[in-house]
Design a protein around this ligand. Sequence first.
Ligand SMILES: [Zn+2]
Ligand SMILES: [Zn+2]
Length: 242
Amino acid sequence: MPGLPGLASQCAVCHSWPSEQVCRPCLTRFMSGPPCCAVCALPLPALLTMEVPPAAARLCAACLRQRPPMDATLAAVPYAYPWSGLISRYKFGEQPGWAGFFAGLLLQTPGAQQALDELDPQDWLLPLPLSAERLQWRGFNQAWELASALARQSRTRGQADTRLLLRPRHTRPQSQLGRQARLANVRGAFQVDPLRAGELDGRRVVLVDDVMTSGASLFAAAQALRDAGAAHITAVVVARTQ
Ligand SMILES: [Zn+2]
Ligand SMILES: [Zn+2]
């Protein structure tokens, strides 16, 4: 994994030195989470996972009841210590350089490299867009930085694009809302550029974001892609809440 000048000398978790941004022992210790739902990446109860071993067949109760608009979700790490802190630092601390590290984590996640390899030159690697207001406030789109780092590190043939899936409407931050309110808040918030909708017809999409909490934003974005005719959608996120 490539280091960053000034950050590469010390592990950001245990502060051992010299080290990559996060040292090998910390990666081993904190990376793995419980078995997850193949569609929404929610951790599954232990009983259920004993019954159904193949990863692709594992679905949570909510996805069995109502299939979300994406075909699969891959999460690199649980949204917990130390990742939650590192992601906040990346997103709110003006440290876009961490995108390369998180993209490296994603590429080590089972299935992620394959999802990127399966993209043809007419397929898409799309970040979850920010509204213009939020982009201006934050200064960068953390999902776009991740998507570009993924494109560079994986050499996928899919096109990374930030103007195909749009977020024309500014919505309240999801973190201030409960689950039902989150769903309502982002309903219809995403839109495929109407002049380019044909570019999604029958195509595969890898949809990228940093954190998946309720999933409401990713579900709404995936639905907009599905409505434009996307044939297969894989969401990839750095961290999933447990
Ligand atoms: Zn460490
Ligand atoms: Zn699920």
